[in-house]
Design a protein around this ligand. Structure first.
Ligand code: PEP
Length: 251
């Protein structure tokens, strides 16, 4: 089974509209010759239409960093899945650890967001990962099992064909710490087996399981050599088009 690697950039709350367009334009030019890899960037909501236009005729894919699970209504400050789809968004990051930590997202709300995403044909990137305390208490696998099971609860496997799971150990995000290759390999194998036993064998073969947590040009090659690593979710190092291009074009 060949899974096309996904190299995804999460721009978090960085970049104004002109800055986002500039970075996206440079990235698209620098990566124009890249084949057999999906490159995605997720700017802030206000930059989505601008970046959608900037990358319209390029090979880059557009993602959002979040959504609200309701279709519309009195939810001040929120954006729905169909609004994202109408703005040209293809992927959506769901359950990022910063959303869980600072905005109190739970596996239950994550599940509602996954359902909203797939109902609107958005490709969900389900973020999961253990905290340092959970790892030190020996609860890594228990935590991940629950996040996957609860996050994907009652979602028809047929609708999960474009699912991406991002394993992002919380202690490795923005800290400069990267999980070691053995740790990453063990967790990714565990996750694929989990999808196989709890959801579907077909999905286990096709689902892309990507790694996130202080990915940089100097560790990308090691990470991408690991079996069951189908790409990366990059925060800080995706903000600079030159550095992100080095990650995309690792060898
Ligand atoms: C992230 O925000 O998903 C992330 C992995 O950040 P960083 O690459 O900066 O650790």
């Amino acid at each position: 089974m060949t899974r096309i690697p996904l190299i995804a950039g999460n721009w978090k709350m960085f970049k104004t509209g002109p800055e986002a367009v500039d970075t996206a334009t440079h990235l698209a030019q620098a990566c124009a010759d890249v084949q057999n890899k999906d490159i995605m960037i997720a700017p802030t909501y206000v930059c989505l239409p601008l970046v959608a236009t900037a990358i319209a005729d390029t090979s880059l894919h557009l993602g959002a960093q979040n959504l609200h699970f309701e279709k519309q209504g009195a939810f001040t400050g929120e954006i729905s899945a169909d609004m994202l789809a109408a703005a040209g968004v293809e992927y959506v990051i769901i359950g990022h650890s910063e959303r869980r930590q600072y905005f109190f997202e739970t596996d239950e709300t994550v599940n509602k967001k996954i359902l909203a995403a797939v109902s609107n044909r958005l490709k969900p990137i389900l973020c999961i990962g253990e905290t340092l305390a959970q790892r030190e208490a020996g609860n890594t696998f228990l935590t991940l099992d629950k996040q996957v099971a609860d996050g994907l609860k009652s979602v028809d496997p047929e609708r999960l064909q474009d699912l991406v799971i991002a394993y992002e150990p919380v202690w490795a995000i923005g800290t400069g710490e990267t999980a070691g290759p053995e740790q990453v390999e063990t967790v990714h194998r565990f996750l694929r087996t989990l999808v196989d036993t709890k959801i579907s064998s077909d999905l286990a073969r096709t689902v892309r399981i990507i790694y996130g947590g202080s990915v940089k040009p100097d560790n990308i090659a090691t990470l991408m050599c690991i079996e069951d690593v189908d790409g990366v979710l990059v925060g800080g190092a995706s903000l600079d088009a030159r550095i992100f291009t080095q990650i995309v074009k690792y060898d």
